[in-house]
Design a protein around this ligand. Structure first.
Ligand SMILES: Cc1cc2nc3c(=O)[nH]c(=O)nc-3n(C[C@H](O)[C@H](O)[C@H](O)COP(=O)(O)OP(=O)(O)OC[C@H]3O[C@@H](n4cnc5c(N)ncnc54)[C@H](O)[C@@H]3O)c2cc1C
Length: 696
């Protein structure tokens, strides 16, 4: 009897037409082959152990795919960079063995970071402030989890712990010895101090060259792999070696990030004016301070050490600068995500570089990894066709294009504030040039002082108390303009619910509805990216499955969970959602059978109306027998909205919804739209698995 536990990787039931077809696929069978080279051969090599490379290696390891990560540095960077984790990424992290919960427990309390503050100094007048959290974030209305504020390096630490839990280890060149380490020694390892320096397309894979320092001598290790995943950041070597160029705007701004700690400053801000971002405009200095952790006094300032004191307004006794990093802001997307005969794939910053306004960089990268992982697993297990990799590009590239434009608009919105105050924000570029041209990243104190004094004298009188005062006609006009920008939500926003949860794939590993317009034809969208605002849950094909609380129908099972939890985080599984209707059961049966034929793990979720548990509904046992891979749940609509799940998401309860392992809807139909259930469903699964696509 078919069972819910009948896993994806178990042997199939009888030789299916699919299996026969598979025998004819030379490319697939070579994805883990050695290609005649002496180099160790691995199914997957990931270049880069940033947040995206680590997230991807965790998912692959969890789903049983062996991979090796090359990281050029000998240690993980402690520079904080990203700190805002959006709603969708937190949902994904819920299924990383409880990572989201770990983040929630470790992050600073939300009251310490929910606001952006505009001020003349950290202890001077507050020009305005914006609170970015709404009650519905706390009530978890549209998602079972909320956004988070957590430094990138701390996230990397937690990801490493999760990787440890799935048997992944970090190792250093001296632990591996010379260049002849064999594949078993390299599987499920992060090879620190290994820089990807060459790639060569072979008949059946990619030969990767990684240089490393072995006891003072530079050596090269060769690895042969079926797939090479470039997660090596904005200046990706893999992208360059694969000959993939970027399209968009380059070098929009040159900035400098100063990472420092001051518990005194943290304590002061926590009690007087807690916030996440402080936009500071005063006659001596202009800058943006990111409070990564007020409780521990950890900050990043987008300029330089000397001016910290001026921005603070007094001199904390304990300022300790940890690191200064110049960086350039770009708005670019790779022209292709996939190269070298489907064998090189770009993810994260290697595929897109956004201005960090709106916090889309790492979030988009983690979501790339989530989109890619299940497809690679099905491919490497011989279930999907290699061309499924193209659906990664057709789904994720439009999202990156859209997010690039959105980040650019956010960046312009952020720049509207200094402009309103009569300042020229481009002065930061000069600071960057000076820092870059000095030897090393830390320039001597006396030089910094001279440089900064000169740079910040430009235009600084514009924000002197004399001009920026209600008593001065120009100042009062500027302050009124500033307040209206903040009140109307036209300044930099923290949350983008419509884009965060509402993005929808137009074409890819799904069967688009006839009427489905492509959501991410970004170039066709004439309206402002920032104007859409609210997230409108949708059960249309390509959307993320909308969240609603449900509880098991059986009185013996307790607990309430999200519809998103119907999709397993521990295995690759498709979910079929139906209402308890005769015709829907019949179609669900056909879907279970065909999924089984394709050796796909699947399960049915029967969504019963609220109150069904009280009337002791018998559940679906007789309707779905002999299948046991189903779950009966009862809807728990919110107290304020007395609609069923189907009504809330504007679909008929006669709909049958097929959900992919990444929680996106792959197909939606109604029993009377299906002519021949078995052949229609077979066609649908073939399309999702790219089995009927021409080879690329
Ligand atoms: C100031 C700032 C604030 C930001 N804030 C946010 C935010 O709040 N939210 C958000 O989502 N994003 C934010 N971002 C963006 C975010 O930091 C990046 O998008 C994120 O780091 C991308 O992760 P990644 O793993 O793709 O690349 P990276 O983090 O750059 O990691 C790439 C890794 O590859 C390694 N590597 C590079 N080349 C090689 C090679 N040849 N061989 C082997 N290894 C190699 C590098 O050493 C590195 O470890 C911010 C960025 C900045 C600069």
């Amino acid at each position: 009897m078919p069972s819910i536990a009948g896993g994806l990787f178990s042997a199939g039931r009888g030789i299916s037409w699919l299996r026969l077809r598979r025998l004819q696929r030379p490319l697939l069978s070579s994805l883990s082959a050695g290609g005649g080279s002496d180099a160790p051969h691995l199914p997957v090599v990931i270049v880069g152990a940033g947040p995206v490379g680590l997230a991807l290696s965790f998912l692959l390891a969890k789903f049983g795919i062996k991979c090796t990560v090359l990281e050029r540095s000998m240690e993980f960077t402690r520079h904080p960079r990203a700190h805002f984790i959006n709603n969708r990424t937190m949902e994904i992290f819920r299924k990383f063995d409880g990572l989201a919960g770990d983040i929630e427990r470790a992050q600073p309390p939300v009251d310490l970071w929910r606001k952006f503050i505009y001020c003349t100094s950290l202890s001077g007048s507050i020009l305005g402030s914006v609170d970015h959290m709404k009650q519905e974030d706390f009530d978890k209305v549209v998602s079972p989890i909320s956004v988070a504020h957590f430094s990138q390096y701390k996230l990397v630490d937690l990801l490493l712990k999760k990787l440890d839990g799935v048997g992944f280890q970090t190792c250093f060149p001296d632990e591996l010895g010379g260049s002849s380490a064999q594949d078993l020694l390299l599987e499920n390892k992060i090879l620190m101090g290994h820089e990807c320096s060459s790639i060569e397309l072979t008949d059946d894979g990619i030969l990767v060259g990684a240089s490393f320092n072995n006891g003072g001598r530079m050596q090269e290790r060769k690895l042969h792999c079926g797939l090479l995943l470039g997660a090596d950041g904005a200046r990706s070597k893999v992208r360059e070696l694969a000959g993939i160029s970027m399209k968009g705007e380059r070098d929009l701004q040159q900035l400098v990030s100063v990472h420092f700690v001051s518990r005194d400053l943290g304590k002061y801000l926590s009690s007087e004016r807690p916030g996440m971002l402080f936009f500071i405009f005063n006659p001596d200095a202009i800058g943006v301070l990111v409070a990564h952790d007020l409780e521990h006094g950890e900050f990043v300032l987008q300029v330089c050490e000397q001016i910290i004191v001026k921005l603070v307004g007094w001199e904390p006794a304990d300022i300790q600068v940890l690191d200064i990093k110049p960086w350039a802001m770009h708005a670019e997307v790779a022209e292709k995500y996939v190269g070298c005969d489907n064998r090189v794939i770009l993810v994260g910053d290697a595929a897109h570089r956004f201005p960090p306004a709106g916090g889309f960089g790492m979030n988009t990268g983690v979501q790339d990894a989530h989109n890619l992982a299940w497809k690679l697993c099905l491919l490497l297990n011989g279930i999907a066709d290699p061309s499924i990799i193209q659906t990664y590009e057709s789904e994720r590239k439009p999202v990156a294009t859209f997010n690039t434009e959105l980040s650019l608009e956010n960046f312009k919105a952020a720049m509207s504030i200094p402009a309103t105050l009569g300042l020229d924000p481009t002065i930061a570029n000069s600071v960057h040039r000076v820092i870059n041209s000095s030897l090393g990243s830390i320039i001597p104190r006396n030089l910094q002082k001279v440089v900064l004094e000169g740079l910040f004298s430009i235009g600084r009188t514009q924000v002197s108390d004399y001009i920026l005062s209600e008593n001065n006609p120009l100042g009062s006009l500027r302050l009124a303009r500033l307040r209206s920008i903040l009140d109307e939500g036209k300044s930099l926003q923290l949350q983008f619910p419509a884009e965060d949860l509402g993005f929808r794939y137009g074409k890819g590993a799904l069967v688009a509805e006839d009427c489905a317009e492509s959501t991410y034809q970004a170039e066709d969208l004439k309206h402002s990216k920032r104007s859409s605002g609210e997230y409108i849950p949708s059960a249309k094909v390509g959307s993320r499955l909308p969240h609603m609380l449900v509880r098991p129908l059986s009185a013996s099972s307790e607990g309430v969970f999200s519809t998103l939890d119907l999709v397993s985080g521990d295995k690759i599984e498709f979910v079929i959602i139906i209402a308890p209707l005769k015709e829907s059961y019949k179609l669900a049966q056909a879907m279970l059978r065909i999924a089984d034929e394709f050796e796909l793990s699947s399960k049915v979720c029967v969504m019963w109306p609220q109150g069904s548990r009280d009337v002791e509904a018998k559940g679906s046992i007789s309707e779905l027998a002999p299948w046991t891979n189903y779950v009966d749940v009862e809807e728990i609509p919110r107290a304020t909205v007395n609609s069923s799940w189907w009504e809330m998401y504007q679909v008929s309860n006669r709909s049958v919804i097929l959900v992919r392992p990444d929680e996106h809807i792959a197909w939606r139909t109604e029993p009377d739209m299906v002519r021949d259930a078995y052949s229609d469903v077979r066609r649908v699964f073939s399309q999702i698995l790219s089995l009927n696509r021409p080879q690329v």
